[in-house]
Write a protein that binds this ligand. Structure first.
Ligand SMILES: [Zn+2]
Ligand SMILES: [Zn+2]
Length: 389
């Protein structure tokens, strides 16, 4: 077995204890105070100088190697989700309506594990490892805030991982190029003129208009774009009216726009604004449209993806590496990759058999296979070692 992985296996009990504590006491985005304090405590125990309050509740520490060289960053996210846990685990969330349903508790534990491993190898490192514990990933805010606070200053490369419950623990998935979709929030407000449901001629009905808008937005992917240009426009909420016999004044909807190509992302607002405005005009409604930029397409840099792939092969074996399937789910790690080269990869966190049937991320019954903790810690540590020669 790879020696780093062997050392990480010896930390498994400790990492599991940290992860279970974080799992029991999850904190929502922008409220990660106790999590950040725990991280700062653990890093201080390792003798590292810790910076807290970076981009909100972010925590950062640098480990200087024995030789001069570049700085590479390893990033983990710390926030939980507004979901009521239904796993029945003995260490299930003690906070009603809040759950680590995306496994950021495990990411935090793994990066602390990597820090423990790297501290013991520091004299052999050519350069510096920056440990980045990020808040507010689920609301697409933490990466931007930490960058504004200088977390990437002097950083040459950045790496991170996300657990994947539909891939067995002990496996990892990597790819070069686009891996995760861009995220834009869509808000539409259609203003009509309300009145009696029996007298439509005295009204301007925003519900009929909204219905046509929802259907028309689906034609962007199917009729305007090439079948080889993936895009998703989902309307996730649609609100109008209170009574069965009243035509309301307005209809409001929110949605999400996903693409897999930065150039296509840039072209989506024009399509949406044209369809919504002109349909609204046809139905005598007034349309207000807001498209809020959230995260870019996550694009792995080829050389860094190669480094991660080689590290996976050397640490857990080439037979345990699979190509990463692209997903339209978003990740604000993509924001770092717009500034510095790097790579994000999937770490299996599912059961050993039939992992593809496991509950997915953000599900109230999502369960992480804790066997993945030492694999994550060892891979992050070995990536840093390889990147720093
Ligand atoms: Zn998530
Ligand atoms: Zn996540």
């Amino acid at each position: 077995m790879n020696t780093t992985l062997n050392d990480a296996m010896l930390l498994a009990g400790e990492l599991t204890a940290i992860r279970r504590h974080l799992h029991r006491y999850p904190e929502l985005s922008r409220k990660e105070t106790e999590t950040a304090a725990l991280v700062a405590r653990e890093l201080t125990k390792l003798g590292l100088a810790v910076r807290t309050g970076v981009g909100g509740h972010g925590v950062v520490a640098d480990l200087k190697g024995g030789f001069p060289g570049k700085t590479i960053a390893l990033r983990a996210d710390m926030d939980a989700l507004p979901i009521q846990e239904e796993t029945g685990l003995e260490f299930a969330s003690a906070r009603p309506g809040v759950m680590h349903a995306c496994g950021h508790d495990a990411h935090t534990a793994m990066l602390l594990g990597a820090a423990k491993l790297l501290v013991n190898m520091a004299d052999r490192l050519h350069g510096t490892v920056r440990f980045v514990f990020q808040p507010a990933e689920e609301v697409n805010a933490g990466a931007k805030a930490m960058i504004a606070d200088g977390v990437l200053d002097g950083v040459a490369e950045i790496y991170g991982l996300h657990n994947l419950p539909t891939l067995s623990a002990g496996k990892a998935a990597v790819c070069a190029g686009p891996m995760m979709g861009s995220v834009d929030r869509l808000e539409i407000r259609l203003e009509g003129r309300g009145g009696h449901g029996a007298i439509p001629d005295q009204c301007v009905d925003p519900i009929v208009c909204a219905s046509h808008v929802v259907m028309a937005l689906q034609t962007i992917a199917s009729r305007e774009l090439s079948p080889f240009e993936p895009a998703v426009v989902t309307i996730g909420s649609l609100q109008a009216g209170d009574a069965n016999n009243v035509i309301p004044h307005r209809a409001e909807m929110t949605g999400t726009i996903r693409t897999f190509d930065p150039r296509l992302k840039a072209r989506m607002p024009e399509r949406i604004e044209r369809l919504v405005t002109q349909i609204a005009q046809g139905y005598r409604c007034k349309a207000e449209i807001r498209i809020i930029d959230q995260t870019p397409v996550l694009v792995n840099h080829a050389a860094n993806a190669r480094l991660v792939g080689e590290t996976v092969d050397g640490t857990i074996g080439a037979e345990n590496r699979v190509p990463a399937a692209p997903t339209m789910a978003g990740e604000d790690f993509s924001v770092y990759l717009e500034h510095v080269p790097g790579c994000f990869f999937w770490l299996g966190s599912g059961p050993a058999v039939n992992a593809e049937e496991a509950y997915g991320l953000h599900h109230p019954k999502y369960v992480l296979n804790e066997d993945c903790l030492p694999y994550g810690a060892a891979l992050l540590a070995n990536i840093a070692c390889k990147a720093l020669g």
